[in-house]
Ligand binder design. Structure first.
Ligand SMILES: CC(C)(COP(=O)(O)OP(=O)(O)OC[C@H]1O[C@@H](n2cnc3c(N)ncnc32)[C@H](O)[C@@H]1OP(=O)(O)O)[C@@H](O)C(=O)NCCC(=O)NCCS
Length: 244
């Protein structure tokens, strides 16, 4: 019983050490002990794992106490209530905030300064859901109960307030997709010069319809089609619109 608990703990620790090795080139040459002793992202996630377990068992005070202590040492704040999958890695770490109702899938990578936060004082599910294999760049802010689809990349300093499609790259404020499935996004986001104008299109259709009706009325009444009549080109008299 105790043996299986220890092997579970060792497996959880190694999961996060391996995640650091796989995604941070700076771990090359660093021993497991060095990573555990000096990688704040790994330390914060391990502290979260303990706090989350204690919270699930309804232990009072300790979960938030561990979270507070971990934040004081690493600069990373993960609420014990958040749900985080395996293979999670926070690179550098300082300034990361993960809210209580955030949900994070497997093999997700966060850089320093990332916020998975709420937008106001509402209760209930109010923090983002991040699916598997997502990378979130430094300084990105993800606000509200948005979903970041699996395999997406969120650029550094992006502000995400809407859902992010799977396998896309979003950048900017507000965050918008610039790539989906590895291809650049075509359309309004990519071509600001030729934006569609539905109002102008409607006016053009109505104008053509009016001309057609005028022609039919002219034919029925035996009058000249206003389209074919000589346009009145006599200059208008009166005050000049140029003023002066
Ligand atoms: C977004 C990111 C993941 C690159 O993803 P990608 O799918 O390879 O996208 P690309 O590099 O092809 O960039 C696509 C477009 O978005 C732009 N872009 C990339 N990152 C951007 C960002 N953070 N903000 C604004 N625009 C960005 C590119 O200039 C490019 O524009 P273009 O189509 O006009 O040329 C990467 O740029 C990024 O921000 N990574 C975070 C890294 C980080 O935080 N490092 C911290 C280390 S300490």
């Amino acid at each position: 019983m105790a043996g299986s608990s220890i092997s579970r703990v060792v497996a959880a620790v190694m999961d996060h050490v391996d995640a650091a090795r796989g995604r941070d080139p700076a771990t090359a040459g660093a021993s497991t002990v060095e990573i555990l002793a000096t990688w704040p992202g790994v330390q914060a996630v391990l502290a979260y794992r303990l706090a989350h377990r204690l919270k699930a068992r309804e232990v009072p005070l300790l979960p938030l106490g561990i979270s507070w202590a971990s934040r004081s040492i690493t600069g990373i704040e993960i609420h014990p209530g958040a749900r985080i999958g395996s293979g999670f890695f926070i690179d550098h770490g300082s300034g990361v905030v993960i809210g209580e109702t955030a949900e994070i899938g497997e093999n997700v990578t966060l850089y320093q300064g990332v916020t998975l936060g709420g937008t106001g004082f509402q209760a209930g599910k109010r923090h983002p859901t991040v699916e598997d294999n997502v990378t979130i760049g430094s300084g990105a802010k993800l606000l509200g109960p948005v979903t970041v689809g699996h395999g997406a990349k969120v650029g550094a300093n992006t502000v995400v307030v809407e859902d992010v499609p799977p396998c896309s790259t979003v950048v900017g404020n507000p965050g918008h997709p610039v790539k989906v499935e590895g291809r650049k996004v075509e359309g309004p986001d990519a071509d600001w010069i030729h934006l569609p104008d539905p109002l102008q299109d409607a006016v053009k259709i109505l104008s053509a319809r009016i001309k057609e009706l005028e022609k039919q009325v002219a034919e029925l009444s035996g009058r000249e089609d206003p389209e074919n009549g000589d346009p009145d080109t006599t200059p208008r008299k009166g005050r000049s619109s140029a003023g002066g």
